[in-house]
Design a protein around this ligand. Sequence first.
Ligand SMILES: Cc1ccc(-n2nc(C(C)(C)C)cc2NC(=O)NCCO)cc1
Length: 411
Amino acid sequence: AWMDADFRRQLSAQRERVEDAFEFEGRKVGRGSYGQVFKTKPRSCADASAGDYALKQIEGSGLSMSACREIALLRELKHPNVISLKQVYLAHETRQIWLLFDYAEHDLWRMINFHASAKKCNSQVSLPPNFTKSIMHQILCGIHYLHSNWVLHRDLKPANILVMGATSPERGRVKIADLGLARLFHQPLTPLTEIDPVVVTFWYRAPELLLGARHYTKAIDLWAIGCIMAELITDKPLFYCKQEEDIKTSSPYNRDQLERIFSVMGFPSQQDWRDLPHLPKYGDLVRNFGTGQQYARFSLGRHMSRSFGMSETSSEFRLLSRLLAMDPLRRPSAREALEDRYFLEEPRPAADVFNDFDIPYGKRDFISDSSDNKDDPARLHFASRGRHLAVASQQQQRPICSQQLPHRFDS
Ligand SMILES: Cc1ccc(-n2nc(C(C)(C)C)cc2NC(=O)NCCO)cc1
């Protein structure tokens, strides 16, 4: 061994072990191909007031490429709307890597599902009028920071937008994260089935990616933010597309997803998107959709006004249609989006997206280890339905239609 044995023993004795510092038995809140996440409290200050922490045990052992990338990336980044890495623990005996983050009680995936199930039961959720605007403002601030540091997110979706809970000093603040599921396919072309049985959704993927664009860009992140904005307004994924069980092809071209986009947005004309014919999968597009005449009367304005009564002249709609420009060159940068009139008009965006409203969402459920095995009915159920995110599916919202719903929402 290159280090003196006594010295090694001394170092090992005094090294803080993660299990000594944190209580995390039975407190698993997330699990995916990247590892698992626990909701913990430091053992030292036992009083409940201290904030919670999220402890992520990275999958595998030793410094894998993805562990290195995550640590190298996160330790350089510091912004109020980006998840912050507090500490790294290297367990020398097991060569396990643990990452410590501030704990976020909520995320947009669970919040939007809560709103949607409340609507189904006609029990409205009372939210501040600037709720969507506040969330959008903070997502754009976080992405502006990442983009100005030449960090692309590449997998923005509601599940990756965390929101701090009532017990956090940063109550109601948005934190952009990456639960790491789609981290595995850096290049848009990696065959899905090779990676992970968890079926990833294409609902937030920009049209140029679906048509074979070979590189991620900032504009691809802005498209996803447009999809998230629409979903915050309607409580429905804008480009929802049923997912086949097993996506065999490794091709990025997904006809059903493109069909859904065209049936909302209309079909892009030469004027709308000059570079469209230069995309690798343009041939497939023409073969499947011809000149797109069948989508001639569709448009985002028609979709949003007919389905959700949204005014095409509102600044909210104007920003949404800028973000969802089919041609990536026509999408605003994060900074240009932040300068949009939408954010200058009343009501202004707030630092706490809940303002002084009670937070209606429940806390995250703990995942029991029993469900770790493959034949757990919940897993099979989600697996058969092509669950779109291992972590999120474990936190399936409990329907709130049950009578025992507390009349006053407690946070
Ligand atoms: C392999 C790997 C996995 C996740 C990240 N990553 N990237 C980000 C951005 C938002 C700064 C882009 C955040 C993270 N990691 C996390 O959010 N980790 C906490 C839950 O796993 C980086 C690399």
